[in-house]
Design a binder for this molecule. Structure first.
Ligand code: ZN
Length: 300
């Protein structure tokens, strides 16, 4: 951790909801949206949609930005079910004033994770169907059926999306059809964490055709598309979660600098494989470092 991060006061947070009441995506989103957004910039937005609208967060990317040190550190793209003990990791994060959107890559991951983290403050399992984990035709149909059923119970969605990179390009059409069905099943007002490798335009097309671009909070995770695609997503009111992996590349840092502070969220995209031992204290410190690295890039 750098010196600047070490001087920070601990984030303060008081949840109005009892742990037994499912958190509203809007509330989670409002918290996560604060790291780079002055509290005043969150007021008075009238022409908004989905969870962002309920939360009163501007989709247009207010320039009235500053680093909000008191905001909780919410990792908006964490593969929580891939830790060896997701419940202990989640409780560790929560105890440190942090939180996460616990993304999964297939419906069974979501079903496994949900009871393990039930009632943990600021920790929200998200229903996913990752393009790398779709499987062959019959398997995919089964996963899609499960996804569509579970999507009626939650408005936390992720990781979903498309990957048209070299290794996955041959399944592009199957991915596109599956993602269209996913988007049809997602409830308006959901928060969606989206994978879009070499496919940001196609992702935006599917989101737009299904209506989810207008009525959901769409978060592009680790955005790596073109400048033109970034502009389209930004202007459509999408959000972008940025983490240490994205900040490793010059283009990633440049995008983090360009994206309006009010559309910028934190992520880690960790761990990298199932069964990883977790260290919640180290993870909270990583989020704090990431927040400061981004703030420095943006001159906040
Ligand atoms: Zn991921």
């Amino acid at each position: 951790m750098n010196m600047r991060a070490a001087r920070l006061t601990k984030p303060s947070y008081a949840s109005p909801a009892s742990p037994s009441v499912p958190a509203s995506p809007a509330r989670v989103f409002a918290l996560a949206a604060r790291p780079f957004c002055a509290p005043a910039a969150e007021k008075g937005a009238s022409q908004q949609y989905g969870a962002a609208a309920e939360a009163g967060v501007s989709r247009q990317g207010s320039q009235d930005a500053s680093l909000h040190n008191a905001a909780p550190l919410v990792d908006m793209h964490l593969h929580l079910d891939w830790y060896g003990d997701p419940g202990a990791f989640a409780r560790g994060l929560s105890a440190r004033g942090a939180g996460c959107l616990g993304c999964t890559v297939e419906p069974c991951g979501y079903e496994m994770l949900t009871p393990l983290v039930a009632g943990v403050e600021r920790v929200h399992p998200a229903l996913g169907l990752h393009p790398w984990y779709m499987g062959e035709k019959l398997v995919l149909l089964r996963k899609l059926d499960a996804f569509c059923q579970l999507a009626q119970e939650t408005r936390f969605i992720g990781e979903v999306g498309l990957d048209f990179g070299k290794a996955h390009r041959e399944s592009a059409e199957r991915q596109r059809a599956a993602f269209a069905r996913v988007c049809e099943a997602v409830q308006p007002g959901s928060v969606m964490s989206i994978h879009s490798v070499h496919s940001a335009s196609a992702v935006l097309d599917v989101l737009e055709a299904s209506g989810r671009l207008a009525d959901c909070t769409c978060i592009f995770h680790w955005f790596s598309g073109t400048s033109k695609e970034l502009a389209r997503a930004r202007e459509a009111g999408c959000f972008f979660s940025v983490g240490p992996f994205m900040l490793k590349s010059r283009r990633g840092r440049e995008y983090a600098r360009q994206i309006p502070a009010a559309q910028l969220l934190l992520e880690s995209d960790l761990p990298e494989c199932p069964g990883t031992p977790g260290d919640a204290a180290a993870h909270a410190a990583l989020l704090e470092e990431t927040r400061h690295a981004i703030a420095e890039l943006k001159g906040l």
